[in-house]
Write a protein that binds this ligand. Structure first.
Ligand SMILES: NC(=O)C1=CN([C@@H]2O[C@H](COP(=O)(O)OP(=O)(O)OC[C@H]3O[C@@H](n4cnc5c(N)ncnc54)[C@H](OP(=O)(O)O)[C@@H]3O)[C@@H](O)[C@H]2O)C=CC1
Ligand SMILES: O=C1O[C@H](COP(=O)(O)O)[C@@H](O)[C@H](O)[C@H]1O
Length: 498
């Protein structure tokens, strides 16, 4: 940190001409600059194509104009950007990069602080980390941190190999594994909702909670990422990381302090309590789906098997629903249902906590529905919480009606929350690793997911495609909950506003 408490850093982005850099990283760094959270910084963009500094700066400006909200000082901002054409497998090129880093370090007074951001295909991650060390780029007086994108491996075994490679160059506390869901405002709010409200904290256990549902549905298909997605599927793409991270935050015990180590160790304990499955038990707990053709917003869309770079007989799942049991004292008997899918009817990420019915409800009438109390945490696109209660219908009867208490971030602050990447980049510059995943979490998540992928990769699902684009997913997903007497609660668009 500098005297004025603003972090300083030289940020080296490997993959600086790619999609992620343009859509997320440049606009996020710009917002940090615009909000005056950083002023002493420089960025070196690294990729193979030959570009001059000026051409690179123009592309950064374009990306801010296209994906961000450029307001002021854009030209001053882009003057901090430099480019180095570099093939990550060429050792010599790292020596040139080292010279550039040293020059920029002196020019911008960056105190030797370096962030190496790997925004490239994962097969390069290990090599880059090793070369950074071997060519002396990480020999610096300041801090050195490796920010690494997903996917972190393809299985426990490959993740472990990758981890060993990067650990030759960086210590665990220098590695920032990105899970952008952990940068989302309402995901960060889970702990606050749980641990700062007398209303919820005492009820957060199997005595009062019936089940918890975590949904992340997208209307997008696989877009241009067919090649990657074919090897990943929804299980590796979304469940192994984002969904299990949300489950860990919902299930963990209260940490003894809000420090990175204490929170992580509670998340790890929650992940360790996940009931393991045998391969032949997977279908009792998990269902998979693949979208066929269908319509969203009046537009006819192709089936997954007809997408670009997808095998016409693909067995890859674009939808997963599952029941997780957490075998510990707090959660014994409470299912955590998770689901995620592409080409669904709505874009929505939310958590529904369904409370148990009270033992005897005086207002229960067979001809009327008395809803359970629900706490809905809306993560996106709306941000906020909604509590579903039952109240008296106006008039002389004692009949009830459901009522919603809603708190919406937009409503309160009149602004959109900072983008996840903006927060995570800032955290990495400040050295706060709380919202990044520790190796122990990654390892446990992969071990859990590997059993499912082993079961699925060995058996072709003959029902594929089993849901239409623009629908709520396969029937089997509803049946999974129906077996337990539950239903998926559908969170409507604009839940907070109606
Ligand atoms: N895009 C997204 O929304 C998301 C991406 N991610 C992850 O971020 C990472 C990057 O994804 P994305 O930006 O989409 O990928 P892209 O394919 O768009 O970009 C890849 C980048 O790597 C560079 N590159 C490729 N080969 C080499 C090489 N041998 N040496 C140097 N540079 C090279 C490319 O530039 P050039 O061709 O000039 O060399 C380009 O800048 C991946 O790990 C992905 O999983 C994670 C979440 C979301
Ligand atoms: O990591 C990923 O996340 C996105 C969904 O992110 P969101 O912030 O829009 O919910 C998903 O589309 C992508 O396939 C996956 O790699």
């Amino acid at each position: 940190m500098t005297e004025n408490n603003k972090p300083t850093a030289l940020i080296m982005i490997f993959g600086a001409t790619g999609d992620l850099a343009k859509r997320k990283l440049f606009p996020s760094i710009y917002r940090l600059f615009q909000k005056e959270k950083i002023n002493k910084f420089a960025v070196v963009g690294v990729a193979r194509r030959p570009l001059t500094n000026e051409e690179f700066q123009t592309s950064v400006k374009d990306s801010i104009l296209t994906f961000g909200h450029a307001e002021e000082k854009v030209d001053e901002f882009i003057s901090h950007f430099h480019y180095h054409s570099h093939d990550v497998s060429s050792s010599e090129s790292y020596l040139q990069l080292k010279d550039i880093a040293e020059q920029l370090d002196g020019h911008y007074q960056l105190e030797g602080n370096r962030i190496f951001y790997l925004a490239m295909a994962p097969e390069f991650f290990g090599t880059i980390a090793e070369q950074i060390k071997a060519q002396g780029l990480s020999d610096t007086d300041g801090y050195k941190r490796l920010v690494i994108e997903k996917p972190f491996g393809h299985s426990f075994e490959t993740a472990q190999q990758l981890n060993e490679q990067i650990r030759t160059a960086f210590a665990e506390d220098e590695i920032y594994r990105i899970d952008h869901y952990l940068g989302k405002e309402m995901v960060q709010n889970i702990e606050v909702i749980r641990f700062s409200n007398a209303l919820f904290e005492p009820l957060w256990n199997n005595r009062y909670i019936s089940n918890i549902q975590v949904t992340s549905s997208e209307t997008l298909g696989v877009e241009e990422r067919g090649r990657y997605y074919e090897t990943s599927g929804a299980l590796r793409d979304m469940v192994q990381n984002h969904l299990l991270q949300m489950v860990a935050l919902l299930a963990m015990e209260p940490p003894i302090a809000l420090t990175t180590e204490e929170i992580r160790s509670e998340k790890v304990r929650a992940l360790r309590s996940l009931r393991p499955m045998k391969v032949d038990e997977v279908n009792q707990y998990f269902v998979r789906g693949q979208y066929g053709e269908g319509t969203i917003d009046g537009q006819m869309l192709p089936a997954y098997r007809n997408e670009h770079n997808v095998n016409p007989e693909s067995n890859t799942e674009t939808y997963v629903a599952g029941k997780l049991m957490i075998d510990n004292f707090r959660w014994a008997g409470v299912p955590f249902y998770i689901r995620t899918g592409k080409r669904m009817d709505v874009k929505s990420t939310n958590i529904v906590v369904q409370f148990k019915d009270i033992p005897m409800n005086l207002y229960y009438k067979t001809e009327e529905t008395l809803n359970p109390n629900l706490l809905v945490i809306n993560i996106q696109p709306d941000e906020g919480i909604t509590l579903y209660l039952n109240v008296k219908k106006s008039g002389t009867t004692s009949n009830t009606k459901p009522m919603k208490l809603t708190v919406s971030n937009k409503g309160i602050e009149h602004i959109n929350s900072p983008e996840a990447y903006e927060k995570l980049l800032f955290d990495s510059m400040r050295g706060d690793a709380t919202n990044f995943t520790h190796w122990d979490e990654v390892a446990l998540s992969w071990k859990f997911v590997d059993t499912i992928s082993n079961a699925w990769e060995n058996t072709k699902d003959e029902s594929f495609p089993n849901y239409e684009a623009g629908s709520t997913g396969p029937l089997a997903s509803d049946e999974l909950l129906a077996e337990d007497g539950h239903i998926w609660w559908q969170v409507k668009k604009n839940e907070n506003n109606d």
